[in-house]
Design a protein around this ligand. Sequence first.
Ligand SMILES: Nc1ncnc2c1ncn2[C@@H]1O[C@H](COP(=O)(O)OP(=O)(O)O)[C@@H](O)[C@H]1O
Ligand SMILES: [Mg+2]
Length: 325
Amino acid sequence: MNSILELHELTRIFQVGNVLSTNRITAVDHVSLHVGAAEILGIAGESGCGKSTIARMILGFEEPTSGTLVYRDREGQLVEGRKIWRAAGIQAVFQNPFETFNPLRRVERYFFDAVRNFRLASTREDAERRINEALNTVGLTYREIAGRYPSEFSGGQLQRISIGKALLTRPSLLIADEPVSMVDASLRMSIVNLFKKLKEDFGISVIYITHDLATAYYVCDRIAIMFRGNVVETGDVEKVLMQPRHPYIELLRDSIPQADPDKRWQTKTPLTESEREEYMRTGCKFAGRCPHVMDRCREELPRDISVNGVLVKCFLYDEAEAEGA
Ligand SMILES: Nc1ncnc2c1ncn2[C@@H]1O[C@H](COP(=O)(O)OP(=O)(O)O)[C@@H](O)[C@H]1O
Ligand SMILES: [Mg+2]
């Protein structure tokens, strides 16, 4: 398999609570995933299911409790262990472009800093040419950003600029964590389209993290759906979203439009009681809400079962069924 990034049993446990009551929640629970070359992998699920923790571990902002990462760099060398982000070629795009850029700094400074840090050019002219090239890819020019401050751009423009900046080093993998959730709804598709273009024109792989299944369906090749730290279903985006096997995905599809996820994304809220309970469950984390729940679901966590090319973590699909499915 021609994967550029693999996660093997990646796990992150957090201690939450106060002195009187602490809980250990497994925010990311033995997650194994891979991203192919020139592939867009979606990681989707409700707020608090562990998506950003995965991104943060890939980027080295968070130490895994256990598990490993394997990254194949541009020269085909394997970089293995916990510090793969040091390998050039992985870049990130975050949710809030207004946090990416300091309001008191002209945005071009970020580009010149990157050029200097990665020694991308030897003269000012070269640097401008390289910056212009990266900005052209996202539909902008150096002249349009020169001398301007973050507040002079809209959220959508600034997110484009942030993607342009990520492209300066010609990465092979972009980790985009909720890149359009703070962008005007009318501009979301144009940003999401950029990821497709980067994949098609430059063979860049993207991990597209989102709570929005509509953009995920549009942009992703494969998708992993998370629930309380577990990936409950992974596979071809069409199969997973159009004929979901895991009962949680049915619920997710129905609940997202009414839940006003945009609102919930803006602040980091503490764990609700029901979230905490679900995280603490021994068996399937979804057992408390699942219309198909069986006794064994409350006792043990299902393993991943392959059904028609899709991996699903659910006892409804035991091996016998899987064979015939
Ligand atoms: N630094 C931290 N300390 C304690 N708990 C954390 C920390 N970071 C994340 N969590 C918890 O881990 C869970 C997953 O969080 P996160 O990865 O941010 O989810 P998502 O990105 O899907 O919204 C949440 O319950 C969150 O409260
Ligand atoms: Mg997040």
